[in-house]
Design a protein around this ligand. Structure first.
Ligand SMILES: [Zn+2]
Length: 836
């Protein structure tokens, strides 16, 4: 079992594959680079908290210049971030960012690992982080990563000694790394891991410092550097035609969901690491100095090295296959190594090199990318040797049948075979393994310990090709893939996945009922196979009514959908709960939603999540009807206001004029509008005049950095970085009698229950006395922050500035946030409220 459970993720260097889905087809210079890596027996683990924290310059340098086996351990998958390329947020964004990291590593030559920690949102301090993460589990996962990967060197991205100076996740990652370094070799720590791996002691621990951590370049220049090592990561690779820093930029640019496109630089550049633990190398430009990284470090390795160093030396760039006889000799010797760790790693590496040297191409293509349990699939199998090396295809094994062939693989002669693959009725569906069970706010739940740390769910369906090369048996295992021709993109690959025969979704994730009226809710059922017949019902809270009780579905073709409508009637009083569709087919129930994630820069992803939507009956009164919305960096506030019955019109900034504004009861400005919309600085006076004439203007948060105008408000107002990240933080009413807390909705403490992610951010910290601060709140151990909601009368109207996170609370269906916002929009109105 030991061997099986080792994480088998090998990244060989290959820059020219531009599409993450396609198989790697390395050039001669890339093969030579991989032979150099084969001959370097040392490893580096880079450690931080999020996708994008990693220093791709240093990772690329370690993988491509030093030739070390290099991995990035990101504690989280980055679910908490924002998505610049599509609608996916939370766990779906985590799936995208996982794949972006894998694509980045395929470019810079590193490997990728994770822990079970969830990126739950911003925290100011490691104490706050560790109150939400399960410290023991995350530490256990860091220890496991070290025991499995067995790094000689660990490099932390962040400083474990400066809590509070950066994101709490960052500091925590460094603190856990320091703690893990001292216990990974102790068999009494996390002993359950030792059933599948062994203890390990890394030799050195570094912190990847830079001037940034010193406050300025000047301070860094003056600092004592006796404990630092400096490496020139600007090195140029002539056989690739790129500088290391250019490769690093190509890698970093894969973080597309975060908009981290990066332009390459050239020329010498120093990167610094500070020694935290272990002995200081004599050569302070080489982090491996004094560590044996040759084949002689492995028992029985010397003889292998004697062959492979010669292969590296005499490699023929015009005829890589000339190296195969010697590579096969080394391959045989590797098979007799006692050390399982090195045997497994180096076997896989050398096999990939042998295949690349011979132009060996082995592929198993399914006729579809989605199959269901019980289905039979046709497979097209291709095997070709594009070298004069003698090879025989002995047999291939689909995991269900082994088919004996005993056919010669002649030079450049294509062999093609057809097989069928019967998927078992009890086959599990494929989905990211960390999303199959419901986790906590801070942790993913992973039932199978063998999966912990893996970047993605291992492929279930593979074809193993048993070959004879130079009279020696060698097996290659290839995942079954789906391949199609796209008229525009050309060859497109997708993973082959198992989906349920039925899935269902409700498009709106939060449905707000602002009065007693029923709403028609469409449920979309998707067939995973042809001829799907069944019924759909909805699970719903007791106080609500649903009709009809069930609906029949009949879908003729696989992949097609059918929409059925249910009428949902809310209770009379404020209430919330979940509705979830259940599709019943032949006595089996299906409750999941199937989500496809399709972007060009990452492989196609299929994710199954529980299908559910939140339904909220609000007890809400409103004044005014017509809202003008000026968009900022993007939020769903307009849609949310529409859900509670307002007419919302988006006003293009260039159309802001006294005439347009006069149609609206209130104007709302989207998040970070004054950071992102240049035109607004010319329109402020028009907006202020609108207020003066009796209008209401609500401005949501902006950051103090890079404001397009100093004149945010008709009065002095100064933004700060004050934020309250604890969504449970107590809220005090500074002005309990103020209309915004009383009319038309009476706001109480209850309205601040159930908030998500945070209270708010970038609150002003100084304001003109015309403003009335309404609320006070603060994170643990901090002073009271009173700038979250500021109201000022100006002329006959009102100006309101708020850093409260309405943009996060609305999509989560938080009742109190809606009620408070309705009061803000109603301020100054004296007629009878609507929707009593
Ligand atoms: Zn980060």
């Amino acid at each position: 079992m030991h061997k099986l459970l080792l994480a088998l993720f090998f990244t060989s260097f290959s820059l020219h594959f531009i599409n993450a889905q396609q198989p790697q087809k390395p050039t001669a210079s890339e093969i030579h680079q991989n032979i150099k890596k084969l001959n370097f027996l040392g490893s580096v683990l880079y450690l931080a908290a999020h996708p994008d924290d990693e220093n791709t310059r240093l990772i690329s340098y370690m993988a491509n210049h030093v030739h070390a086996r290099t991995a990035y351990l990101s504690l989280t998958r980055g679910d908490g971030g924002q998505n610049l390329i599509g609608p996916e947020i939370r766990e779906l964004l985590g799936v995208i960012r996982t794949q972006e990291l894998l694509t980045a590593r395929a470019i810079d030559g590193g490997e990728q690992r994770f822990t079970r920690a969830n990126d739950f949102g911003y925290s100011k301090h490691p104490d706050e982080t560790l109150a939400i993460w399960n410290k023991d589990q995350v530490l256990s996962d860091v220890v496991l990563a070290i025991r499995q990967f067995k790094p000689d060197i660990i490099i932390n991205r962040f400083d474990h000694r400066s809590p509070g100076t950066t994101h709490g996740h960052h500091t925590t990652s460094a603190m856990l790394s320091v703690e893990a370094f001292d216990i990974t070799n102790d068999s009494s720590k996390f002993p359950e891991q030792l059933q599948t791996t062994s203890v390990w002691q890394p030799k050195r621990l570094f912190f990847n410092t830079s001037w940034w951590f010193y406050g300025s370049q000047e301070k860094f220049d003056k600092a004592d550097k006796s404990n630092l090592l400096a490496v020139d990561i600007g090195t140029y690779y002539p056989t690739i035609g790129l500088s290391n820093t250019e490769i690093a930029s190509l890698s970093r640019s894969q973080h597309k969901s975060q908009g981290f496109g990066n332009t390459g630089t050239r020329g010498t550049q120093q990167e610094y690491v500070e020694l935290l633990k272990g002995d200081m190398p004599a050569d302070k430009t080489n982090i491996f100095d004094g560590i044996n990284t040759t084949w002689s470090r492995v028992k029985g390795g010397q003889a292998i090295g004697d062959i492979l160093y010669q292969v590296e030396e005499s490699f023929d760039f015009t005829n890589p296959s000339a190296s195969i006889p010697e590579l096969m000799k080394a391959y045989k010797l590797i098979q007799s190594l006692e050390d399982n760790h090195w045997k497994t790693l180096k076997s896989e590496e050398i096999k990939n090199i042998i295949a690349a040297c011979s132009g060996l191409y082995l592929e198993a293509v399914a006729e579809t990318n989605h199959a269901t349990p019980g289905e039979t699939i046709n497979l097209n199998i291709e095997a070709i040797n594009r070298s004069p090396i003698a090879m025989t295809l002995k047999q291939y094994n689909t995991g269900i049948v082994a088919v004996s062939k005993n056919m010669t693989l002649g030079n450049n002669i294509n062999l093609a075979f057809q097989e069928t693959l019967k998927i078992s009725n009890s086959q599990n569906v494929t989905t990211p393994y960390w999303l199959t069970e419901k986790g906590s706010l801070g942790m993913y739940r992973v039932e199978n310990p063998a999966l912990i740390g893996k970047p993605e769910t291992p492929r279930i369906f593979n074809v193993t090709f048993d070959l004879i090369i130079e009279n020696t048996p060698v097996s290659f295992t290839k995942p079954i893939v789906y391949k199609t021709n796209d008229p525009v993109k050309g060859e497109v690959y997708k993973p082959f996945e198992i989906i349920p025969e039925a899935s269902a979704k409700i498009t709106e994730k939060v449905i707000i009922f602002e009065n007693n009226n029923s709403k028609d809710i469409p449920v979309v059922v998707k067939a995973g196979r042809d001829n799907l017949q069944g019924t759909v019902t909805l699970a719903y809270p007791n106080e609500w009514k649903i009709s009809p009780k069930n609906q029949d579905i009949h879908i003729t073709n696989k992949g097609e959908t059918q929409t059925v409508i249910f009428t949902v009637t809310p209770p009379k009083n404020q209430n919330e709960g979940l509705i979830s569709p259940i599709v019943t087919v032949n006595g089996k129930s299906y409750t999941k939603e199937l989500i496809d994630i399709d972007y060009d820069h990452i492989p196609f992803q299929t994710v199954l999540l529980p299908s559910e939507s939140k339904i909220v009956r609000l007890d809400i009164k409103k004044m005014g009807q017509n809202i003008g919305y000026i968009e900022g960096a993007g939020d769903v506030v307009p849609e949310s206001l529409q859900q509670i019955g307002y007419n919302v019109t988006t006003i293009a900034p260039e159309n802001i004029s006294p005439e347009t504004l006069s149609h609206f009861d209130a104007i709302v400005v989207g998040i970070r509008a004054y950071n992102t919309v240049e035109t607004l600085k010319f329109k402020q006076q028009i907006l202020f005049d609108y207020i003066k004439n009796g209008g209401t203007m609500v401005v949501q948060y902006n950051t103090s950095h890079r404001l397009k105008t100093e004149q945010l408000a008709p009065y002095d107002l100064e933004l700060s970085r004050d934020r309250v990240t604890d969504e449970f933080a107590d809220v005090k009413f500074l002005n309990p009698k103020h209309p915004v807390l009383n009319y038309p909705n009476k706001i109480t403490e209850t309205d601040f229950e159930g908030w998500t992610q945070e209270r708010g951010l970038y609150f002003p910290h100084k304001w003109d006395k015309a403003f009335t601060p309404i609320l006070s709140m603060h994170d643990k151990g901090e002073s009271a922050k009173k700038g979250s909601l500021l109201v000022a009368q100006y002329g006959n109207g009102y100006y309101i500035y708020t850093g409260l996170s309405f943009f996060r609370e609305f999509p989560a269906g938080v009742s109190g946030a809606y009620r408070l916002f309705a009061n803000m929009l109603s301020i100054g109105k004296t007629t009878q409220p609507l929707n009593d």
